[in-house]
Design a protein around this ligand. Sequence first.
Ligand SMILES: Nc1ncnc2c1ncn2[C@@H]1O[C@H](COP(=O)(O)OP(=O)(O)OP(=O)(O)O)[C@@H](O)[C@H]1O
Length: 235
Amino acid sequence: MGTATVAVECRGVRKTYDGSGQQVVALRGIDLDIHAGELMMLVGPSGCGKTTLISVIAGILDQDEGLCRVFGHDLLHMKDKDKLRFRAANIGFVFQTYNLLPSLTAAENVSIPMILNGISRQKAQRRAVEVLERVGLAERTGSLPSELSGGQQQRVAIARALVHGPKLIVCDEPTSALDHETGHRVMDLLKQVALDEDRALVIVTHDARIFEFADCIAQMDDGQVVKVVRSSGPS
Ligand SMILES: Nc1ncnc2c1ncn2[C@@H]1O[C@H](COP(=O)(O)OP(=O)(O)OP(=O)(O)O)[C@@H](O)[C@H]1O
């Protein structure tokens, strides 16, 4: 793996939240590389900073200090307009709470990233239905989020993150609401995507049932990455 392309590079990333007069140091100097073609899982106890780290990596949250590059792009220093465009084209994010738009159907929700990238509504809808079929929701493409179970909403969120073929896919607990079989089906799909040498996936998870899908497991504790184990050996 010595010559692997680096998809995400974090150096000395620090983040402190300043809420209700109380400061919480969430990231205490993160150094981490995610290689292209790799599925990395990020694990660690509740509150150790996993969601904060993936939010910085995906350009949803600005770090206070340190460098984070995604395929060579430093999102922190991009103009807002350029950052939005870069994120829309290159990053798919599955939120822990799914974040589906309640007034749109499953297929319309999944179409959003393509419409943001200038694809026609009709074409976007067709592709959305295809990806929903791949996550086992062929029968529910016209349903509103409120008509779907938690696990079905989670799969819509996963389809939305994949549909436009982004180079980086970031998922926060993508299998938490799925049974064993559906979780494996979704992970098979995500793993297929990660095999592409031009892409990378990072998945925050507590779900030991899916660890077998990881190429690399990064363990966090108290705002730091304390151990990285790659299937090719520790690094
Ligand atoms: N918006 C916020 N304002 C203040 N503190 C926050 C905020 N978001 C997170 N924190 C704090 O930052 C720390 C890291 O939170 P984070 O959500 O990144 O952890 P996590 O490892 O993803 O946790 P979990 O596994 O429970 O989802 C925690 O102490 C949390 O309480």
